[in-house]
Design a protein around this ligand. Structure first.
Ligand code: KG4
Ligand code: ZN
Length: 335
């Protein structure tokens, strides 16, 4: 049988990414052009700058992915592109590149939800087993997603305010660390002890929703109050305490949901999945539950990439999902 080759395109935020995935599982190319250096001095992603970089990079990144995969347009089974959620101007570059290629080379086109991509990053390292639960923690999202089969996503809990990554980035900024702050807090937390008392937002009994803005404010207030009193706070201890609070809530809720929904697999997904403390805490939470398989993706599949978008595209293609040239960027796309 002929191989299925999906070209994935991802431009929802600050990475211009293109990948080629064979038969839904094998990465033949996974090119990511990061813009982090251009956004750093602004302390966060500037949408207009992101769009401009995507325009400059997209053609080269597509050509590089095809070169690395050793294929040309005639070999591609379908093009999968992130249609949302994300920055509208950034998404538009990927969507229009995908539509142009689809039209010019007569290749089927498929729109993909960015978060489903983060979840499917796990399929590039292992077979998915249903029913499963995905803990998605990224810069824009914090969600518990239940899947009873391929391409079926039920959000059973989500953040009511800040996403986990957003809280990391804001706390990092308060501690004068560069953007994106998550990895810096993670590193600093390893050097400190979680001795500072910070709140945990459990919300109503039984809720799988999250809230991180109270925690973020508590960190800022702790620093501010100490400054006013002339006290010294060890930033490493503050980072460790913040990280422990985030992880405690994420892991407790994921564990409870996994048991209640009787899942076979738990997947970690999204940029914050790169967090060392979170990876370790999840691993030890599930170590005594052999009937649930915990899957944690390697670091290069945690942050934004296009292989994960192609991985979803593969499944949607099999299911017969196709987009036409009316496909548009949808910054608020629902799962
Ligand atoms: O998934 P992602 O690449 O982009 C979105 O779709 O949002 O996630 C980026 C987020 C940023 O907030 C970044 O600070 C966070 O992931 N992040 C981390 C770590 N590495 C990246 N947060 C905590 N610890 C890390 N090691
Ligand atoms: Zn992402």
């Amino acid at each position: 049988m002929k191989d299925q080759l999906i070209l994935g395109i991802e431009t929802s935020c600050d990475e211009t990414a293109v990948a080629v995935v064979r038969n839904g599982r094998d990465i033949l190319a996974n090119v990511v052009a990061s813009q982090i250096e251009s956004h750093k001095r602004f302390g966060g992603v500037v949408p207009e700058i992101a769009s401009r970089h995507h325009v400059e990079e997209i053609t080269f990144v597509i050509e590089e992915a095809l070169r690395q995969a050793g294929i040309d347009y005639n070999d591609i089974t379908a093009i999968a592109v992130t249609e949302g959620p994300g920055l509208v101007g950034a998404l538009l570059i990927g969507v229009n590149a995908a539509k142009a290629l689809s039209f010019a080379h007569n290749i089927p086109l498929i729109g993909v939800h960015h978060i489903s991509g983060h979840i499917y990053a796990n399929r590039l390292i292992t077979e998915l087993k249903f029913p499963l639960l995905a803990l998605v923690v990224s810069g824009g999202h914090t969600e518990l997603v239940y899947m009873k089969e391929h391409a079926s996503f039920e959000v059973i809990g989500e953040t009511r305010d800040d996403a986990a990554g957003e809280a990391y980035d804001k706390v990092a900024r308060t501690l004068n660390m560069p953007y994106p702050g998550g990895p810096h807090i993670d590193r600093l937390a390893q050097e400190g002890e979680p001795v500072i008392k910070l709140p945990r937002s459990w919300l109503e009994e039984g809720s799988y929703d999250f809230s991180f803005s109270g925690l973020k404010s508590a960190v800022i207030n702790t620093l501010h109050n100490a400054e006013q009193r002339g006290d010294h706070i060890n930033p490493a201890d503050l980072a460790a305490s913040f990280q422990e609070s985030v992880i405690d809530v994420l892991v407790t809720k994921a564990l409870r949901a996994a048991k209640e929904y009787n899942v076979t697999q738990v997947l970690l997904a999204g940029g914050v999945a790169a967090n060392k403390g979170l990876r370790a805490a999840l691993t030890s939470a599930f170590v005594d539950i052999p009937e649930i398989e915990l899957v944690i993706p390697p670091l290069y599949l945690c942050t934004d990439n296009a292989a994960m978008i192609a991985a979803v595209g593969s499944v949607l293609y099999e299911k017969g999902k196709r987009a036409d040239l009316a496909l548009n960027a949808n910054p608020g796309l629902e799962m």
